[in-house]
Structure formats: structure tokens, C-alpha cells
Design a protein around this ligand. Structure first.
Ligand code: AMP
Ligand code: ZN
Length: 490
């Protein structure tokens, strides 16, 4: 294990600057990442954020830190729009599918884990759920009320943003001014129980038809969706911890509210470094469940989609994402993925070549400097595109050594091999993939699924089902969806 701690800098969204990373407790890192709302399949945009933080986790690990990585599952209290109106997203899905909300939660939590597993993401150390922490959420509401920064109205409890802002700064993270926020929101309509339109719910009174609800000192209700992250991060990482991450779109209001809640409850700013991953776009627009501009990972892996129209291996997709800095937007297109695929195979070949490279007395280049450049890239706010460029430099050198055009000494060979492997497999989270097997399987599956579709069109259910069952025996799972069937290897 490396012990190169101490040079890492992180772009802190709170200060808007790159800062030297200094954990609160020497050698230990508390990392919290907002998890998914499990009411539908995760799309590739969601995956990008989770893959970005997997890379952050992996590099911190590689540097030798001991990390507690917490990522929640939002399984309650997330209403259809941020204005705290509409139906609970999970309950709505349950109603439409005529199943229990917890069946919805289970189904999409499994899908989330499966998908991230295919991208070779490491699991977090703790994956707490909102519904498993209702008591703690009620306790935090009580604390904020005791501090005089929340009030009850008709069985709901709201955070008093303007009162908080008298002595603190609501807008500290998103750099918004409270006056602008107020003028940007609609007027209260008299029916409204909030004192100010900026106030957000800590606890919501549940209407009789609301399914996911719990008793509380204010009546039967459910927690506001910003609260769970404050509660679970505090419970598992303490009142103050090192890094909090999430997608850029969570900065406001979600993370702004988290800062206000934590500060109100404990008197301390909860997080030292706020990190935000930028958005994955498709056709130049943010990938988003609500607008329908999405691509599901399964559809990309099988090639069964209109947007890209070709199958890509999850590890190639991961590599593609790593070729952009996590703070830049990234657009998905077949051309860009094709280029990434070629690059990935070139790099993999160099990793392969390192296995049996013949060594000489000494090296013709400064190998240590090359290795230092890997660290320099990652220490500069996890700059994976620069790291990959340096790994390509190394591959060129390896090819030259192989061709007898450059020399590599034994000690340098050992350290280059160890570091190339560490950055390729451990830090970037890449894997070797069998290119030939993958390409031909994709082609065969396309054929098999189109034959099955023909059988279905002819209402020949026996043939269609037997194809699916036979594939299942071969550990290939077929899923029928509204825009055709997709497949995945178990
Ligand atoms: P959600 O389940 O909607 O709360 O989203 C889970 C995570 O995915 C959050 O961190 C979001 O910020 C992130 N996210 C949503 N859309 C995108 C996107 N198009 N690109 C990158 N991250 C996204
Ligand atoms: Zn959160």
C-alpha cells in the first residue's frame, strides 16, 4: 500500500477553491455520498455520479487512508417536486404497479446494486436507509425546534430559513442571496402554512391516503427529504466530517438545506469539503428521469437502444467516463464511446504486455518521474483525464521497450508494473475484458433477440419463452421492456 498522503488537493464547492486535503482525524476519512431514490431504474447519468465517487473512494484508499464511506438509500419522503407537493414517488409507483412500496424499494435497490456491480463500483461501508432512521430524524427535528429554528404548522414542521439567516448564511454553498431567492419564489397564497416560501419541510403531515407514514410528536407523517442525509451522515460520521458528495443538481436546495439543518442542530458546519460531480448529458441535454431524456445502462450494454444503437461493455463505459474530469459535463454519443473503446483496448494491451516484458540493465527514460506524474494528476483534484494521458505515455514507452526501441531496468520494471496495475485496476476501477468474446456475444444476442421478437409478433409464445429459458440456463437474463428486450449476463 502506498503512503503518499499529503499532496491531494480537492476543489471545495463551499469555498470555490482547490484546497489541500487535510482530514479532521489524521489518516481517517469520513465520506458521505447522497444515494439514489429507489423508485425507478438508475440511468447512466446517476451512474456517472456514483462512478465518480467510487473513483474518489478508490484513490483515497490507494493513498492509504482508512475510510468510512456512507451512501444512503432514499426510500421515503421524496415527493414528486421539490416544492414539497405531490405524491411520494415510491408510493406512486407502488400504486401504479399494485405492489407494496417496500417491494418497489427492494426491486430498484437490487437493480442499483446490480448495475453498479457491472461498472465494478465498490460497495460503501454503510448503506443506511431513510426508513431505517425515522426515530433519529424525529430527534433531529426536535433539536432544531429547541434551537428555535423550526416551527410546527398543522402537523408539519418547517425549517425557518429567514430566522436561520439572521445569524447564519443560507446560500453559503450555492452562493445564492436570500433576497434573490425570496423574489424568485411564488408568493404565499394565504392557504400556505409556511411563514416564508423558502422554508422547507423537516416533517410533513400525511394525508389519509398517504401510504408511507409514521407516528411522531406532531402527528402521523413522514420526513422531509433533506433531513435523512443530515441524520445519517451525523449518525455514522459525526457532527463534522470530511467529504460530502453528490451530483451538481443536489447543491441547491438539497445540500444547502443539509448545511442549514446540521448547523441548526449542532452549532457546527457539518462538512469540510463539498464535492459535486457534473452532469452526463445526452444530445446535449441533462440526462433526467423527469424529462425522459435517459438511457438505461442495461440498454447500452445490450445495444438495444435508439440513442446509441450499439452495445458497449460496462468497463468501456466506465473508461469513457474517466476520460472526463468529474467536474466537467460529459456528453454521450456513439462516436465518443467508439473512440473510448479503442483507447481502452490500447491501454489494456499495454497492461498485458507488462506481464512478460524483457528487462535490461537500466532504463532509457526516467520511470520514477513517469510514475510521479500519475500521482500528480490524481492529486490535482482527481484529474482522471490527465492520469489516463500519462498512462498512455507509459503504454507508448512499454510498446517501445517491447519493440527494442527503448530500455527498462529491472527495478523500474517492477515499480512501473505495480503502479500501472494499481492505477488501472484499483484507482480507475477498470478490468480486463475479453474483446473477442464480447463482440461476438453481442452480435449473437442481437440475432437471438430479434428471432424471439419475431416469435412474439406471431404470438408464438412457446418459442419466445423457450428462447428466454434456454438463455437463462446459459446465465443470460432477458428483460422485456416497453422499447424491446434487453439482456445481461448474470
Ligand atoms: P436521484 O436518484 O435522482 O436522487 O439521483 C441520484 C444521483 O444522480 C444524484 O447524486 C444526482 O445528482 C445524480 N444525477 C442525476 N442526474 C444526473 C446526470 N444527468 N448526470 C450525472 N449525475 C446525475
Ligand atoms: Zn442527500
Amino acid at each position: 500500500m502506498s503512503t503518499r498522503k499529503g499532496n491531494l488537493t480537492i476543489y471545495n464547492s463551499l469555498t470555490g477553491k482547490k484546497e489541500k486535503f487535510e482530514p479532521l482525524i489524521n489518516g481517517f476519512v469520513g465520506l458521505y455520498v447522497c444515494g439514489p431514490t429507489v423508485y425507478s431504474h438508475v440511468h447512466l447519468g446517476n451512474c456517472r455520479t456514483f462512478i465518480s465517487f467510487d473513483m474518489v473512494y478508490r484513490y483515497l484508499k490507494h493513498l492509504g487512508y482508512k475510510i468510512r464511506y456512507v451512501r444512503n438509500i432514499t426510500d421515503a419522503g421524496h415527493l414528486e417536486n421539490d416544492a414539497e407537493e405531490g405524491e411520494d414517488k415510491i408510493a406512486k409507483k407502488a400504486r401504479l404497479e399494485q405492489i407494496e412500496p417496500m417491494e418497489v424499494v427492494q426491486q430498484y435497490t437490487i437493480n442499483f446494486h446490480e448495475v453498479l456491480g457491472r461498472f465494478n463500483n465498490l460497495p460503501p461501508n454503510i448503506e443506511p436507509t431513510a426508513t431505517g432512521h425515522i426515530i433519529e430524524q424525529i430527534e433531529m427535528v426536535k433539536k432544531i425546534m429547541q434551537e428555535g429554528l423550526a416551527y410546527e404548522a398543522n402537523g408539519s414542521v418547517y425549517f425557518d430559513v429567514e430566522k436561520y439567516n439572521e445569524t447564519d448564511n443560507y446560500g453559503i454553498l450555492s452562493k445564492r442571496k436570500i433576497e434573490d431567492l425570496v423574489s424568485g419564489t411564488r408568493e404565499l397564497d394565504g392557504q400556505d402554512e409556511k411563514k416564508s416560501p423558502l422554508d422547507f419541510a423537516l416533517w410533513k403531515n400525511a394525508a389519509p391516503q398517504h401510504i408511507m407514514k409514521w407516528p411522531s410528536p406532531w402527528g402521523v407523517g413522514f420526513p422531509g427529504w433533506h433531513l435523512e442525509c443530515s441524520v445519517m451522515s451525523t449518525k455514522y460520521l459525526g457532527e463534522q466530517f470530511d467529504i460530502h458528495g453528490g451530483g451538481m443538481d443536489l447543491k441547491f436546495p438539497h445540500h444547502e438545506c443539509e448545511i442549514a439543518q446540521g448547523t441548526a442542530a449542532t452549532g457546527k458546519k457539518p462538512v469540510r469539503y463539498w464535492m459535486h460531480a457534473n452532469m452526463l448529458t445526452l444530445n446535449g441535454k441533462k440526462m433526467s428521469k423527469s424529462t425522459g431524456n435517459t438511457l438505461l445502462p442495461e440498454a447500452l450494454f445490450s445495444g438495444n437502444n435508439q440513442a446509441i444503437g450499439k452495445a458497449f461493455h460496462p468497463i468501456v463505459v466506465r473508461f469513457f467516463m474517466m476520460q472526463a474530469h468529474y467536474t466537467s459535463t460529459l456528453d454521450f454519443s456513439a462516436e465518443a464511446l467508439d473512440a473510448a473503446e479503442k483507447g481502452f483496448h490500447r491501454l489494456s494491451e499495454a497492461i498485458e504486455m507488462l506481464e512478460d516484458l524483457s528487462v535490461q540493465q537500466s532504463s532509457s527514460i526516467d520511470v520514477q518521474k513517469l510514475i510521479d506524474s500519475f500521482y500528480a494528476a490524481m492529486d490535482d483534484d482527481f484529474n482522471t483525464p490527465v492520469l489516463i494521458a500519462r498512462l498512455f505515455d507509459a503504454s507508448k514507452f512499454i510498446q517501445n521497450v517491447k519493440a527494442g526501441k527503448a530500455q527498462l531496468g529491472l527495478e523500474d520494471f517492477k515499480s512501473l508494473k505495480a503502479k500501472m496495475n494499481a492505477f488501472f485496476f484499483d484507482v480507475l476501477g477498470l478490468q480486463k475484458i475479453d474483446q473477442d468474446e464480447d463482440d461476438s456475444l453481442g452480435t449473437v444476442m442481437e440475432l437471438v433477440l430479434s428471432m424471439r421478437q419475431k416469435a412474439r409478433n406471431n404470438q408464438d409464445w412457446d418459442t419466445a419463452d423457450s428462447i428466454r429459458d434456454k438463455l437463462q440456463e446459459a446465465n443470460i437474463k432477458v428483460k422485456d421492456g416497453s422499447d424491446g428486450a434487453t439482456w445481461s449476463k448474470n
